[in-house]
Design a protein around this ligand. Structure first.
Ligand code: NAP
Length: 315
């Protein structure tokens, strides 16, 4: 039986692994099909403290992983298909690894970008469809691109893309944005950004090699329209990776794991959550790393038999 298993290898899971390995807890870290998490999809990370000139996302994650391994964290590749939290020790069914029993568990499986789920979208990922402006913006120098979405991500990415693209069109299904005022203003004031409001994407049109247009429905007239483009960036939010838990952990209505405020403790004793899988507000590498550290400390206290969330006594 393992003492503690960590699911996920983004900044949250890897920070938890560093702390637990240093505490001699010999954590087992299960990495899925995207080792390193979302940061491996970015290029330069300029706001992670300690790197004056910035650092490439994949390099940062690789460093964190090596740091965890240096202290004895053990990494295993696998995909968790089932969990059983009905009795202790908790069990995980992991494809390729079989059954793993553990006293404590850290859930740091992150979140994945949502897709529109319209015809022509999936098959053109990498051929003009992207969910990561930071990663792929560079490929659209001097070209026309579309951003789909009306939240802060869409505004931020639209602004970012104007560094490369000749024209950026924000396509949004309503006539008002969900994004914060300041982010909206920045987008509206940018002369390279055009708005197509009240338009719902219905199909991605592609030629032999690449995306050529987005077909939308005009929600006022009900008519279909074609917007010519060289690339489409989908920025409509993220889905937390919690489906494999099959309802055995309390989540909010959108699937984000609920933790007791000020801790990483879930409603299942001994199961902790950190990073984007429990955070739809901040979603930063540094906040994920911070909660990863908290999860490690919470696990230590739990395994030592101390209450985890009894902070009121120390206040
Ligand atoms: P979000 O706030 O959930 O916005 C998603 C947008 O996509 C909404 O405008 C939504 O339209 C649209 N949308 C969703 N599903 C769609 C579909 N199937 N077809 C067409 N449009 C669809 O997501 P987000 O922008 O990624 O932001 C997530 C969180 O991160 C927010 O709390 C945000 O403040 C934060 N964030 C902050 C910053 C920053 O401060 N620098 C940057 C990025 C993100 P409706 O409005 O019609 O629902």
């Amino acid at each position: 039986m393992e003492k503690v298993v960590i699911l996920g290898t983004g900044p949250a899971g890897l920070t938890a692994a560093i702390y637990l390995a240093r505490a001699n807890m010999k954590p087992i870290v299960i990495e899925g099909d995207q080792p390193g998490g979302q940061l491996t999809l970015t290029t330069e990370v300029e706001n992670f403290p300690g790197f004056i000139e910035g650092i490439m996302g994949p390099e940062l994650m690789d460093n964190m992983r090596k740091q965890a391994e240096r202290f004895g964290a053990e990494f295993k590749r696998g995909w968790v298909t089932d969990v059983d939290f009905s009795k202790k020790p908790y069990t995980l069914e992991v494809s390729g690894l079989g059954k793993i029993e553990t006293e404590a568990l850290i859930l740091s499986t992150g979140a994945s970008a949502k897709l529109l789920n319209i015809p022509g979208e999936k098959e053109n990922i990498g051929r003009g469809i992207s969910t990561c402006a930071t990663c792929d913006g560079f490929f659209f120098r001097g070209k026309k691109v579309i951003i789909v979405g009306g939240g802060d991500s869409a505004m931020e990415e639209a602004n970012f893309l104007t560094k490369f693209a000749s024209e950026v069109t924000i396509v949004h299904r309503r006539d008002e944005f969900r994004a914060s005022k300041i982010m909206q203003e920045r987008a509206r004031e940018n002369s390279k950004i055009r708005l197509e409001l009240n338009k719902t994407p219905i199909e991605v049109v592609a030629g032999e090699k690449n995306v050529t247009a987005l077909k939308v429905k005009n929600n006022e007239s009900g008519e279909e329209e074609i917007i010519q483009t060289d690339g489409i960036f989908v920025a409509i939010g993220h889905t937390p990776n919690t489906a494999f838990l099959k309802g055995q952990i309390e989540t909010d209505e959108t699937g984000y794991i609920n933790v007791i405020p000020g801790t990483t403790e879930t409603n299942v004793p001994g199961v902790f959550a950190c990073g984007d899988v429990q955070d739809k507000k901040y979603r930063q590498a540094i906040t994920a790393a911070g909660t990863g550290c908290m999860a490690a400390l919470d696990v230590e206290r739990y395994l030592e038999g101390n209450a985890v969330h009894d902070w009121s006594k120390s206040l």
